[in-house]
Design a protein around this ligand. Structure first.
Ligand code: BGC
Length: 748
């Protein structure tokens, strides 16, 4: 099936004015028309012009640097230019001064917002709210396309189960199903429900397995079996492609010895042949050239040959295609038909985006939509849904009328650049509202600010100034965590405790006896166990972006009620890596044995119990996947299924009562988990299969029904095919991945 073409059938655009942007949309035709145009153009192209389309370069600097190459048709795409006037200048040369006038595809890493920055993707995942995430991606597309970016290198769909890996920030965390839902939401948001001038082609990345880098060190090798790939790492990509994602990026890693950029099994067999993807495949930045460093190719010619033959269409920044493909075609090492196919993929995207009809940016209009009030409002709501309440002794929500003095402290209290998080190239700190700014605005005259630490890594032995201020305050709000630079690409860490003297600062504040509320802003789940006793409540905000301040103020003072859930397991200590909820059953699961500290010195070899756990840290994480508190509480009851036995093509209907048993209106993310008790392979202890956000008034009860197609229980088994294996299953509906009592059903 041709997914992009199908999507495009829906996109017979008409000339109209978009109400959100004021931009004009243009007619780009039907799928068949596009295919015709692609073939006609391809027929006119010389080999050199075809190869030119396969070359992507980074802009920056003077437009004239690339003028000659553009005239010769040697560039198919540029990235990293956001000045609309310069983009127009590049396009002008490509369109008016090259022989065939093929417009450029202009790309950028618009990862969690363009100017209006939303929470980092890990924070987006914590919302468990695909609709809201889609809205955010749409806003990013509206802002970015208004300035000329028509291609974003997002969403990143790498499953990450190792918080040392800095890029855990950029994905949806550890779970395949949650990642798949977020993938679809982002693709829809970026590209829009029909293609027009606000459509920004999505690029699903990094294909594939990149998040499983050994040791959490970026760019490292992975060793994923085909079954792990198919059951865990590939489904989010397939879901995104089914949703119409137009492009895909290869990953830097080698999996079991084969670099992704030359891996025909994933790029051809799976992506093209099994999934029918007919969009564009781009390398990661110089990932073709880096195959030389991998020791997988002799020189740029060799790696260009390997990448082209494996199914790569566009070379980001190696210049291997531009320099060597022509001679490789002449020598017969790469077939011209391979080049033709690559160019089809590229031109198809350009035609579908309407670039031929309207390659230019409306410079006058390009500013109007940036940071629009509705965009800021959506960003604020997204932060409210993304923040996770991990601990609360009742201190939160704060009662504003009972507080005269608020001490605001900590290195993240007023760090406008750092709260934006990684990959926020275009978010400006002048537009960022920090917690300090938001609280000062909201409570004029009540806020005392003593930072304590200027930045997270700072070491300090004494905190006399902060402690004195805390003693005079009614409540202490400590904003801790890590700056943007400590997560993201190439920013892995081996120690995940709060860095610098932050834990000491928190302990000093707690010692004053004043109520202390900690808010951690970070790019990953840090190991905060030692900090929990030193605060009355703790909110966890994956870098929240432009509107972090107002949203956090709303949460702290009860104008919003936390509903975020952990999209990734929070560990007690880094030595537990990897620990994730959906691990397979072992032959000796942990059964509550004591830890070494509880055992007398003379204990015999087996007295500690021979099960799967750590003598010092036990078997459990600090907070499981799917966990998060609210100011209210929820009770689940009366879980029933419509049948005991289902056919493989049936649908399971589950119903249960959800009651808001607390004093506040609130929203619960209800999660449906399943376990396949006996399989042709050992199966995960639980797998998330569905979730829903349910809002209830204080005291309200509601009967909730969830429908789960039995087909969703399928997995790739021992024989390599994907199917549902009949047998017995357990099903939970709960507020996290470890709670609830299961009910059983059978599939026959
Ligand atoms: C990253 C990609 C990114 C590309 C372009 C690479 O270093 O791995 O995720 O899209 O750069 O900026």
């Amino acid at each position: 099936m041709k997914y992009i073409r199908n999507l495009f059938l829906l996109a017979v655009a008409v000339v109209a004015v978009s109400c959100t942007t004021g931009q004009t949309t243009t007619t780009v035709g039907t799928s068949t028309e596009v295919e015709k145009k692609v073939e006609q153009l391809l027929g006119k192209m010389t080999l050199a012009e075809k190869i030119g389309q396969m070359n992507q370069v980074s802009a920056g600097g003077d437009v004239s640097n690339y003028a000659e190459s553009l005239r010769k048709g040697q560039i198919g795409s540029i990235l990293n230019e956001v000045d609309p006037e310069k983009i127009n200048a590049y396009q002008h040369i490509a369109v008016e001064e090259s022989r065939l006038g093929i417009p450029l595809l202009v790309g950028r890493d618009v990862i969690h917002g363009y100017h209006t920055i939303f929470p980092i993707p890990l924070g987006l995942a914590a919302t468990f709210d695909p609709e809201l995430v889609e809205k955010g991606a749409r806003i990013a597309a509206v802002e970015a396309t208004a300035q000329g970016t028509r291609w974003t290198f997002s969403p990143m769909l790498d499953i990450a189960r190792d918080p040392r890996w800095g890029r855990i920030a950029e994905g949806s965390g550890e779970d395949t199903y949650l990642d798949s839902r977020m993938a679809v939401a982002m693709v829809r948001g970026y590209q829009g429900s029909s293609l027009d001038e606000t459509s920004m082609a999505a690029c699903v990345k990094h294909f594939v397995g990149y998040g499983a880098a050994e040791g959490g060190r970026d760019y490292n090798s992975t060793y994923l079996s085909e079954r792990q790939l198919r059951n865990i790492y590939l489904p989010p990509f397939e879901a995104a492609i089914q949703a119409g994602a137009m492009t895909l990026m290869t990953s830097f890693n080698d999996n079991d010895g084969v670099p992704s950029t030359a891996n025909a099994f994933i790029l051809k067999d799976i992506l093209r042949n099994e999934w029918g993807f007919d969009g564009l495949v781009v390398t990661d930045w110089d990932s073709m050239g880096e195959m030389i460093d991998h020791g997988y190719g002799l020189d740029r010619k060799d790696v260009a040959m390997k990448a082209a033959n494996a199914g790569v269409d566009m070379d980001m920044m190696t210049f291997g295609f531009l320099s060597h493909l022509e001679e490789l075609v002449r020598s017969g090492e790469v077939k011209e038909s391979t080049i033709d196919e690559a160019v089809r993929h590229i031109l198809r995207v350009k035609f579908m985006l309407g670039l031929f009809e309207n390659p230019y940016v409306d410079v006058e209009a390009s500013q109007a939509v940036q940071y629009a009030p509705a965009h800021l409002e959506a960003a604020c709501k997204t932060v409210e849904e993304s923040v996770i309440l991990l601990q609360n002794d009742g201190t939160l929500p704060l009662q504003a009328d009972r507080i005269r003095t608020i001490l605001v402290t900590g290195p993240m209290a007023d760090a406008p650049h750092d709260q934006l998080g990684t990959w926020a190239f275009d978010g400006q700190k002048s537009h960022t509202v920090t917690p300090l700014k938001a609280l000062q605005e909201r409570f004029p005259g009540k806020v005392v600010y003593v930072p304590g630490l200027q930045y997270s890594r700072q070491e300090r032995n004494r905190f006399d100034d902060v402690v004195a201020a805390a003693r005079r305050a009614d409540v202490v709000l400590a904003f801790l965590g890590e700056e943007a630079i400590l997560s993201g690409e190439a920013h892995s860490l081996a120690d995940l405790n709060l860095i610098g003297s932050q834990s000491a600062l928190l302990a000093a504040l707690k010692a004053t006896g004043k109520p202390v509320v900690a808010t951690v802003m970070a790019g990953r789940p840090l190991t905060i166990e030692r900090d929990l006793p030193n605060c009355n409540a703790l909110l966890y905000a994956f870098h929240p972006g432009t509107m972090g301040g107002p949203a956090l103020a709303n949460l702290l003072f009860g104008d919003a009620n936390p509903s975020g859930k952990t999209p990734v397991t929070f560990l007690r200590t880094v030595g537990q890596v990897p620990m994730y909820y959906s691990h397979n059953m072992t032959g000796r699961p942990y059964r509550g044995e004591k830890m070494l500290v509880d055992i007398d010195q003379e204990a015999g070899q087996t007295s500690l119990g021979n099960t799967s756990y750590y003598l010092d840290y036990g078997a459990y994480p600090l907070f499981p996947f799917g966990y998060g508190l609210s100011y209210t509480t929820f009770a689940y009851s009366d879980l029933t299924m419509d049948k005991d036995v289902y056919p493989v093509d049936g649908t399971i209907s589950v119903s249960f009562m959800l009651t808001n048993t607390g004093a506040y209106d609130g929203t619960e993310v209800v999660q449906l988990y399943v376990r396949d008790l006996v399989g042709s392979l050992t199966r995960p202890v639980r797998e998330l299969k569905q979730f829903q956000r349910i809002s209830l008034k204080a005291g309200e009860s509601r009967q909730i029904r969830m429908e789960l197609p039995v087909a969703d229980l399928a997995f790739f088994g021992l024989d390599g095919t994907k199917k549902v294996e009949p047998g017995e299953f357990h099903l939970w509906v709960a507020g996290d991945s470890v709670s609830g009592e299961p009910i059983s059903f059978q599939v026959r």
